[in-house]
Design a protein around this ligand. Structure first.
Ligand SMILES: Cc1cc2nc3c(=O)[nH]c(=O)nc-3n(C[C@H](O)[C@H](O)[C@H](O)COP(=O)(O)OP(=O)(O)OC[C@H]3O[C@@H](n4cnc5c(N)ncnc54)[C@H](O)[C@@H]3O)c2cc1C
Length: 327
């Protein structure tokens, strides 16, 4: 993967910047550019906004998950480390409760006998689980034989996105609801255009990236306030949010169905109830599905053919986890 930084020849930076895509990646990119270039006119274009973005379905756990395997590990560390620092700052804000940012004890469990501890930057207390801890955390799923524990952030896009968008508008950012058919449409009137359209990059006329595809995820939101830690185990996960608990999931490549399916729902409940049987008694508040923008490698680079275009998309199951670093 290639990385690039915005370079400009004059001290005030580009005078007009456009960002396309109003999901977590586009909104963070708009804010970061605003910080970098306070004198520029910055416009964010999108055909959909929260609560209709992919992030709104997600739990918002800051933990690398389903990222294209060809992504440079050093870049990944940088993106994760910078995003962790961003949430570290937000958590010390009195607003953190309202905007859905908090710390969360998280367990990742595996069927293999050994879990290698990744060197996730700025993730707190990451370590192997002892045998004793494992038997208490895995519920009735005895196939799980090793795991790790850490403390990370949860950043719920449904609460966070409106706050970030408001911050952008308050500092003079412009938001336009419009479907863009080609990025070149915007290079005519902007010095710089940043593409944050996620799966939309398959369809933009001058991008048509066939390396990005959907990795469908289905979840349910349940009422289970007694669950206070996150567990990830293969396809299944249980992740508390402020007002509900999210249970998942599926990873269906090239599946573009946005409706929740009964068959997936049954697998999710069965899998999560093995980890925590109390789930069977919890009220289901909502079921939903969305498409993770999966690419073999995150695309974060200047367009090789159009100097004014920068791409920032393809974050798979980790768009929230890498949002600020990528921005
Ligand atoms: C079930 C599920 C659970 C998840 N859980 C987590 C999690 O716990 N932690 C985590 O980090 N990640 C999670 N993810 C992944 C995360 O949600 C995504 O990686 C992230 O939301 C992608 O953000 P994005 O801004 O790139 O894309 P999107 O949110 O899809 O935003 C793209 C935006 O571009 C706009 N757009 C597209 N094409 C055009 C166009 N031509 N013109 C104008 N606008 C356009 C769209 O309207 C949209 O607003 C989960 C995903 C799913 C489905």
């Amino acid at each position: 993967m290639e990385t690039t930084s915005v370079r400009d020849n004059h001290s005030f930076g580009p005078s007009k910047i456009a960002i396309v895509g109003g999901g977590i990646i586009g909104v963070c990119t708009s804010l970061a550019l605003q910080d970098q270039y306070p004198h520029s006119t910055i416009t964010l274009y999108s055909d959909r906004w929260t609560p209709q973005t992919t992030g709104n379905v997600s739990a918002g756990l800051i933990f690398p998950y389903s990222i294209g395997p060809k992504t440079d590990p050093n870049l990944l560390d940088r993106l994760l480390g910078d995003t962790m620092l961003f949430f570290q700052k937000l958590i010390s804000d009195p607003l953190s409760g309202e905007i859905g940012v908090s710390l969360l004890t998280t367990y990742e469990l595996n069927e293999s006998t050994h879990t290698t501890i990744p060197s996730f930057p700025n993730v707190l207390d990451i370590r192997q689980l002892t045998e004793n801890e494992l038997t208490r955390i895995r519920g009735n799923n005895e196939r799980l034989r090793s795991g790790l524990k850490c403390t990370t952030y949860i950043a719920e896009p449904t609460l966070l996105l409106p706050y970030l968008m408001e911050r952008f508008k308050c500092k003079g950012g412009i938001m336009v609801t419009q479907k863009i058919s080609a990025l070149n449409q915007l290079t005519v009137i902007n010095d710089l255009v940043v593409n944050c359209t996620g799966i939309g990059s398959r369809y933009l006329h001058d991008v048509q990236d066939q390396r990005i595809h959907s990795l469908r995820g289905q979840v349910a939101r349940i009422r289970a306030p007694w669950i206070r830690h996150a567990i990830l185990a293969g396809l299944n996960y249980i992740i508390p949010n402020r007002d509900c608990v999210i249970i998942g999931g599926t990873k269906q490549a090239h599946d573009y169905c946005m409706e929740a399916r009964d068959s997936d729902m049954k697998d999710i409940i069965d899998g999560c109830a093995l980890l925590n049987p109390s789930i069977r008694k919890a009220e289901i508040i909502d079921r939903s599905a969305d498409l993770r923008p999966f690419r073999d490698s995150i695309r974060l680079e200047r367009d090789p053919n159009y100097d004014r275009i920068i791409h920032n998309y393809g974050h798979g199951g980790s768009g929230v986890t890498l949002c600020w670093g990528s921005a």
